[in-house]
Design a protein. Structure first.
Length: 595
């Protein structure tokens, strides 16, 4: 087995085994803790809502008792019990009870849906906030029978006149001697009961499917479940939680709710109301944190395993990979691929050797480029003199002949004059090529003197063949930027760069010239155009003699510029993105006074 494989396995086991053990312990402990908290939470919610419901019922009972003790209620109830409905004062007494006592109670306290007074002898409703109830007999209703002796609560039933479920509360109306005069009763608002079951339920509670509701001893809903529909006294429920609660038990267990959804449910028997209160939460929601913990542990374990394997692979490769890369790099350079690159990482011995080899290859590449340039220049130099001599004489003769013809053929037609101008222009282009060739092969040593780089750049732009359709932007500092330079050679170099830019833009665009000093104490000139740009593979070739991508020209302009800049101890480079123009950047040493 390879050493790298052994390292990977060892690191994987060392990382995975402790993580799995810790994860198992953390998961179990977390699960038990979360379940304990959830059981306690649901039981607490049941207790609080049961207490709130009891308090609400007690408040309504107390309110009804206080109403029954009012002297005017006693007086009016006694009067209605003794009067016939046809007597003149009967309706007046009804109106007094309703307007002065019953309606204010309904509006201010809001616990009752309606209030009414029943005659003791036969259970007839003498007066009611629900006018349709008046005259009805309720002698068989538990709330009438039990309400004669004490304050009584009749749990949820379905009165036909209300056409919906209700809870009735009744209490006796006695005179000062304690004799029974009438029974005062009212139906409480079941909507308020449902609201109590939802008290404290935030949007977060709904999102996690938590709800509370009441079920009577006949397995019917007596409050609306938050996640259900119109269920009060219409839908029976037989879940494990309800059955356990109706068996007079209190507790928490896991079961399927009325929707068939697995839940954790808390149940609590409420004997005074003959009902069970249920609070449930979906198991999916309740166990989400547990499952999230499990998934997070698995994720961390996986990440740790990947990290351990990656670290092992990295350590193994740090020994062998750099040597393999260096050997491959040396082979590519040996095959003449001097532009090859090799990655350097770290500061160890292999990295230092790799850095030294790269430096030597870089020097070798520079020497090769200089050798190729020298060979080309030497080749051009061998025949540039004779070529220039052989070509200049015929070109001079042609130019003189054109001049002669133009002076003697003054009456020639327009087409003849156009041809003569074209011949003379071509002679000028050929002469310019010869001059460029001589400049490249027979350039003299620069005569250095202190010059302002801003003035040189401005002069070169001014002397260039600049069409009116080219917009020139000059961004120069106010103070001089001084360099040691040969004015004639610099003017020639900068003029070539400017002419190249104008030709690249086809005589239309913007030329931006910038001069400034850099942070490392050098002068920098930037000449940027808005032409089509230079392809990435040609950026290092544009300064080579005889290289050109234009239909016209033989590629001497930028070669001459580079030769001039090199002789002045500077650097020249091209930057470009296709379609975004080209930027020629020149850097030169700043002028220094000799000490």
């Amino acid at each position: 087995m390879k050493l790298s494989v052994k390292l990977i396995l060892a690191f994987a086991l060392l990382a995975l085994i402790p993580m799995m053990l810790l994860g198992y312990i953390a998961y179990n402990n977390g699960r038990q803790s979360i379940l304990k908290d959830m059981f306690q939470h649901l039981a607490t919610v049941n207790t609080l809502r049961g207490a709130e419901f009891s308090r609400w019922i007690d408040n309504n009972k107390q309110s009804l008792r206080e109403l029954a003790r009012r002297p005017l209620i006693r007086e009016y109830a006694a009067s209605l019990s003794l009067q016939y409905q046809t007597e003149p004062g009967y309706e007046v007494t009804q109106r007094l009870i309703l307007d002065d006592h019953f309606f204010p109670i309904l509006e201010e306290e809001g616990g009752f849906r309606n209030l009414f007074v029943l005659r003791v002898s036969d259970g007839k409703i003498l007066v009611s906030t629900d006018e349709e109830q008046e005259g009805q007999y309720k002698e068989n209703r538990p709330y009438f029978i039990m309400g004669k002796d004490r304050t009584y609560v009749q749990n949820v039933y379905f009165p036909l006149n209300l056409e919906e479920p209700a809870i009735a509360i009744s209490t006796p109306v006695n005179d000062n001697e304690g004799h029974l005069i009438a029974v005062l009763a009212g139906h409480v608002n079941l909507g308020e009961m449902t609201r109590i079951m939802a008290t404290g339920s935030s949007p977060e509670s709904r999102e996690r499917s938590e709800e509370s509701y009441l079920v009577n001893s006949f397995n019917f809903f007596i409050t609306e479940p938050m996640l259900g529909g119109k269920f009060i006294l219409k839908k029976s429920i037989h879940t494990e939680g309800v059955e356990a609660g109706l068996a007079y038990n209190n507790g928490v267990k896991l079961y399927d709710d009325y929707r068939g959804v697995p839940v954790i449910g808390a149940y609590q028997w409420m004997p005074e109301f003959d009902a069970v209160i249920i609070t449930e939460i979906d198991q999916v929601t309740a166990f989400a944190t547990i499952n999230s913990l499990r998934n997070n542990i698995a994720l961390v374990a996986g990440l740790l395993l990947v990290f351990a394997i990656g670290l092992a692979v990295l350590l193994a490769r740090q020994i062998t990979d750099p040597l393999h890369k260096l050997a491959e790099y040396a082979g590519r350079v040996g095959n003449g691929e001097y532009t090859a690159e090799v990655e350097i990482k770290g500061r160890d011995e292999v990295a230092r050797v790799t850095s030294d080899v790269r430096m030597m290859v870089g020097q070798l590449r520079q020497m090769q480029e200089k050798l190729l340039t020298s060979e080309r220049l030497a080749t051009l130099g061998q025949f540039s003199g004779s070529i220039s001599h052989e070509l200049r004489n015929p070109l001079g003769v042609i130019d003189s002949s054109v001049y002669y013809l133009k002076t003697t053929l003054k009456d020639a037609d327009k087409k003849t004059w156009e041809h003569l101008d074209r011949i003379r222009s071509s002679v000028g282009s050929a002469t310019a090529i010869i001059e460029s060739l001589l400049s490249l092969t027979q350039m003299k040593e620069p005569q250095l003197r202190r010059l302002d780089l801003i003035a040189i750049t401005s002069a070169a732009i001014a002397s260039a063949e600049m069409p009116t359709t080219v917009n020139v932007i000059q961004d120069f500092p106010e103070e001089e930027v001084l360099v040691n330079a040969d004015a004639e050679q610099f003017n020639m170099a900068f003029k070539n760069i400017v002419n190249n830019a104008v030709e690249a833009m086809d005589g239309r665009g913007t030329l931006t010239a910038t001069v400034h000093t850099t942070a490392d104490g050098r002068a920098e000139v930037s000449l940027a155009d808005t032409g089509p740009g230079i392809a990435a593979e040609n950026l290092n070739r544009v300064f080579q003699p005889l290289f050109s991508t234009k239909a016209k020209g033989i590629g001497f302009g930028l070669s001459i510029a580079r030769l001039v800049i090199d002789r002045h101890g500077g650097t020249i480079a091209a930057k470009s993105e296709p379609g975004k123009g080209a930027n020629i950047i020149i850097r030169l040493p700043l002028y220094r006074e000799r000490g």
